[in-house]
Structures are given as structure tokens and as C-alpha cells.
Ligand binder design. Structure first.
Ligand code: HEC
Length: 158
């Protein structure tokens, strides 16, 4: 019931709990790195990679591109997930170290930003290029921390 929910939100007890909004220990991670990869990172990356490209079949070459505003929005949304995933990877025990891991995660945020810009510009070539940059960051981190998962689409071998 709406009324009760608002009463609860306004209660002093609840406000007291959130007083220190800057305390990073307020968050609770739910997924481990593997779950994050499978449920958040990979689906977003696949959506982004699938958004533009070319298919060659017996009828010739076909271009794939978002067909309308909603489809472009989905590409943009996927790019936001990629960018913010970089932050998720740096949180708590997900960070396997405070050096290379952080660098790779920050690189995810950066390529994510490039991917967002390309999608917002509705620039197919830029989305294609940004997708390649995203792929490079995925494989670079896997080469260092997940040798069994060199390419994102590989099934695990270790
Ligand atoms: C900061 C490092 C890092 C980045 C960046 C990264 N990954 Fe991963 N990824 C890992 C690690 C570590 C594992 C192994 C997790 C495990 O099994 O515990 C993994 C595993 C995976 C797996 C295999 C999951 C499974 O068990 O089948 C997929 C798929 C995957 N990553 C996709 C991606 C994609 C797509 C990107 C880029 C958009 C990406 N990853 C970027 C670190 C990273």
C-alpha cells in the first residue's frame, strides 16, 4: 500500500540509517565476478556488438543497423551498462587487486563512455569502432585475470 510505504520512508529511523550517504560501505554487492559477467556485462556487450554490422549471404551483403529511435535507445542503454559495469567491477572483493584490475575496470568505464557517445550520435561506424574498443578491453582483462575466458564468447575451459 502506497500510504504505508511513504510513512516508512519518512520515519526518523530510516533517515538515520542513510545519514552518511558518502559511506561506501552502504552498498551490498550481490553478484560475484563470474555472475556479473554472465548476467550484466556479457548481455550488454552482445547487445551492443549485435547492433551494427554486415551479413553476407547468397542474396548479397546486408547492413544491420538500429531501425528506429527505440532500437537506438537500446544500444545506448547497453553502452551505459558497459560503462557502469566498470565501476561495479571495482567494488569490494570483486577487485582482484588494486593495480591492474582497477586499470582494466577504469578502461571499461572509458570505452563505455565512447560507446554511449557513438550511440547517442546514432553514428553506425562509430558504434562499430566503439564495439571493437570494448572487445579489446574485455580480452585484455581476461588475458590477465581469466585465461580460460580469453574471448568473451568462449565457453570456459578451466
Ligand atoms: C576487470 C577485468 C574484466 C573485464 C574488464 C572483463 N572481464 Fe569478463 N571476466 C573477468 C574474470 C576475472 C572472469 C572469470 C570469472 C570467474 O570465472 O570467476 C571473466 C569471465 C567472463 C566470462 C565467462 C563467464 C563464465 O563463467 O562462463 C564472460 C562471458 C565474460 N567475462 C565477458 C566479458 C565481456 C563481454 C567483457 C567486456 C565487455 C568482459 N568480460 C570484461 C574479468 C573481466
Amino acid at each position: 500500500m502506497k500510504v504505508h510505504r511513504w510513512l516508512w520512508i519518512a520515519s526518523p529511523l530510516f533517515l538515520g540509517c542513510t545519514a552518511d550517504a558518502s559511506d561506501s560501505s552502504n552498498y551490498q554487492t550481490v553478484a560475484d565476478v563470474q555472475q556479473l559477467m554472465l548476467t550484466v556485462v556479457e548481455p550488454a556487450a552482445e547487445a551492443y556488438w549485435d547492433a551494427v554490422g554486415w551479413i553476407i549471404d547468397e542474396d548479397g551483403e546486408h547492413e544491420i543497423a538500429p531501425a528506429n529511435a527505440e532500437e537506438w535507445e537500446l544500444v545506448r542503454n547497453a553502452a551505459f551498462v558497459i560503462a557502469e559495469s566498470g565501476n561495479l567491477l571495482m567494488m569490494g572483493s570483486r577487485a582482484l587487486d588494486q593495480t591492474g584490475w582497477i586499470g582494466m575496470s577504469q578502461a571499461m568505464v572509458e570505452v563505455g563512455r565512447t560507446a554511449i557517445e557513438a550511440a547517442e550520435a546514432r553514428d553506425e561506424a562509430a558504434v562499430f569502432d566503439a564495439g571493437a574498443e570494448v572487445y579489446y578491453v574485455c580480452t585484455a582483462c581476461h588475458a590477465a585475470y581469466a585465461l580460460g575466458t580469453l574471448r568473451p564468447s568462449d565457453t570456459r575451459t578451466n
